[in-house]
Design a protein around this ligand. Structure first.
Ligand SMILES: *Cc1c(COP(=O)(O)O)cnc(C)c1O
Length: 378
């Protein structure tokens, strides 16, 4: 069996053990959970951990208010509700975005308005955003996706003074710096997710960040029914998150180093990472690329399958929100050429491998290089 035969065709994979598990084993989380369990937190409504986590989230993001809840999806809904989004309103988002943000706008009875993303970054484009505004525009949802970043300063400048609220969805970018400020702190409200795949993982969970006491109060009121919170994070979830939050800056730096290593070794055509705004440092939950099948020499689907067979967790990106959906479900603000391109051309490297060694990062590049070298065999 030739050493260089692609794994998809029966050769030996570059990474025979495949992708590492997520979340990675973490002795600090184990210790925190053991201590919380021993203290009886496992069965209680209230305790020290949720309140402490909220205080630590606020402090680490340098905002006065952080509120936890059951998911990142709910956090976006809470943020839009705090901005009083409802029937008849329009909410602008990039036509290439996480699907639940689109569905959340519908859940509130509002109309999603889809703007074409930036041609190079495939993130929300402030130029297209401005063109999407009407007198019905109530809010904008900005998501930082796949290691890319939305230029939030430009978004905030556009929305300020027009009565358009900004929700900054930092579910994929906790710990990132966007134009000199922590991701999640540029909008009127910012949101985080603690879902099972995320960089701060608790299986489920989310948070809303804000500097505005009135928005904080409205968010809190929505999450309360009488004395009870109806979609709260549990004490054990909060106990598991606290050590992860403490280590986030260190982990973010390690992951950025692994991405530099990987991208530095990646000498193949047709695979370009997203540029980021100046004075910014992404957090690499996933590492997205613009994939060009003509330059690489393989259709995207085959490229993804070939790299996966080498033991690397690579996938196609999101479906664009306008593709395969009735036009009655949204308003398109202009043409959606780049969203269609992102739909067809985005690939994302899943995150677990980015927390391992530089040698692992180089192996990912090796796997891609091997698929490129052997592309004519497929
Ligand atoms: C994961 C994710 C969410 C939602 O988070 P959940 O906690 O899974 O509900 C929202 N936005 C983006 C961009 C995400 O990646």
């Amino acid at each position: 069996m030739p050493e260089d035969l692609p794994a998809l065709l029966g050769g030996p994979p570059v990474r025979p053990n495949g992708p590492p598990p997520w979340p990675p084993p973490d002795p600090d989380v184990r210790a925190a959970l053991a201590a919380a369990t021993a203290a009886g937190a496992w069965g209680r409504y209230h305790g020290e951990h949720v309140a402490a986590l909220e205080a630590e989230l606020a402090a680490s993001h340098a905002v006065p208010h952080a509120l936890t809840c059951a998911s990142g999806t709910l956090a976006v809904e809470v943020a839009l509700r705090a901005l009083r989004v409802g029937p008849g309103d329009e909410v602008v988002l990039a036509a290439y975005d996480y699907e639940s943000n689109f569905l959340t706008v519908h859940a509130l009875g509002a109309t999603p308005v889809l703007a074409d993303p930036h041609p190079d970054t495939w993130q929300l484009d402030p130029v297209r955003l401005e063109a999407a505004f009407t007198e019905r525009t109530k809010a904008v949802v900005c998501s930082h996706l796949h290691g890319g970043l939305v230029p939030m300063r430009e978004v905030a400048d556009l929305c300020r003074g027009r009565g358009v609220g900004v929700v900054e969805d930092a579910a994929q970018a906790p710990g990132a710096t966007v134009q000199g400020k922590p991701a999640g702190t540029w909008g009127d409200l910012g949101t985080l997710s603690f879902g099972g795949s995320k960089l701060l993982a608790a299986g489920r969970g989310g948070a809303v960040l804000t500097a505005d006491p009135q928005l904080h109060q409205r968010a809190k009121a929505f999450l309360s029914r009488g004395l009870q919170q109806w979609a709260a994070l549990s004490e054990l979830q909060a106990a598991a998150l606290r050590p992860q939050l403490r280590k986030l800056p260190e982990v973010t730096a390690i992951r950025a180093d692994r991405v530099r290593e990987l991208v530095g070794c990646l000498a193949v055509p047709g695979l370009v990472p997203f540029p980021v705004p100046p004075d910014s440092a992404p957090a690499f939950y996933k590492l997205g690329f613009r994939y060009d099948p003509a330059a690489f020499g393989l259709p995207r689907d085959l490229f993804v399958r070939a790299v996966r067979a080498e033991g690397v967790a690579l996938d196609a990106g999101f479906k664009a929100l306008h593709v395969g959906r009735s036009p009655s479900r949204f308003r398109a603000a202009g043409d959606l050429t780049h969203a269609t391109a992102a739909h067809a051309g985005c690939v994302v490297l899943h995150h677990p491998v980015l927390g391992l060694s530089r040698a692992d990062a180089r192996q990912v590049a090796d796997a891609v290089a091997k698929v490129y070298r052997e592309r004519d065999r497929f």
